[in-house]
Design a protein around this ligand. Sequence first.
Ligand SMILES: Cc1ncc(COP(=O)(O)O)c(C=O)c1O
Length: 405
Amino acid sequence: MTAEDFRQDFPIFQGNDYVYFDNAATSQRPLQVIDAVSDFYKRSNANPLRGLYDWSVDATDRYEHARKVVASFIGAASETEIVFTRNTTESMNLVAYSYGMANLRAGDEVVITVMEHHSNILPWQSVCNKTGAKLVFMEPDEEGYISREEYESKITERTRIVSVGHVSNVMGVTNPVKEIAALAHKVGAVMVVDGAQAAPHMKVDVRDIDADFYAFSGHKLMGPMGIGVLYGKEKLLDKMDPFLTGGEMIEYVTRDSATWAELPHKFEAGTVNAADAVGLEEAIHYFEKVGFDFIREREIALTSRIMEGMKANGHVKLYGPEDPADHCGIVTFVIDGVHPHDTASILNEDHICIRAGHHCAQPLMQFIGAGSTARASVYFYNTEEEVERFLKSLDGVRKVMGYGY
Ligand SMILES: Cc1ncc(COP(=O)(O)O)c(C=O)c1O
């Protein structure tokens, strides 16, 4: 199968000439996923986990089956370690509030990197402010790599939690989360991984990484918006209090007390998003059909050509690693003398969709000295022709802005 073959499965690509290079923000969905969600509502719609009649039992079965598929997709020991959330943001908040609030004291440290997405910064800022713990930032080198010296110097006996993005949504680098987890465990800290940008691109094995918590979003790997995942080791989840309380997450309630349902239900308060869980399961099946090798091979080929074309342009500043293979399909850049918002708007005139702004990573923007940047992010279904159209449009940007070239 080629990229062109796979594109046929995506309704959004049919009958128009848009080039979609904002895959790091959200990927597109194949018809199989859209149909799976629709099929849930057509055939099984009832409140899951509650009713004793056939439709509700069917909804429950499909929801719980999706959980099993997710567990096996990331190598979890059991599906009880998979909590469905709305997205990575909610997963990170769950860990920060349910684990962090209960386990941090004044003098403790939470170690993250300056490259994190805001969803892996703000929950920790908030919990550190409330508990008196200190937030410590690891810093990358020019290309975005975190060195061993850096994490060995920042992770100390005071560290209680280390929370690191598996892949940076700006630099594209893959962080050495397995090595960092080993060090975190050596000092008695827990390792949290924000896998939002990794799960759509590489084989994730939470047990091989030895992550204590691992979060990702369905919508970045061709699944529906509104379904996310939090993996947590059972021994940790077991001891944590719920993040949200209400219906469905209890065992027994009296007027002034309650006991909690078994894992993972104690973390899934209220009516669950079964239709989107079913859609996520279908996305995982589709993803596995495409295969990690094909995804990686396509991303490297397209990224290499994008970086080569940008270097030939002569007016483009590139961020992230020199090696296109280390970009995970993400190319962040600024054109000399052109605000990234202008770049994105000019490209949009040619029906090319890229992202511009701070990418929810303002501390990183401050660190690299850029107010904002532009970002093109490719996925396996993008083509060489699209890359050439993108580069041609990019070459015209300075002219539109009134520069001689
Ligand atoms: C690295 C990273 N973490 C977290 C998120 C947040 O994901 P969501 O908006 O799905 O919660 C993103 C989204 O762009 C991301 O790139």
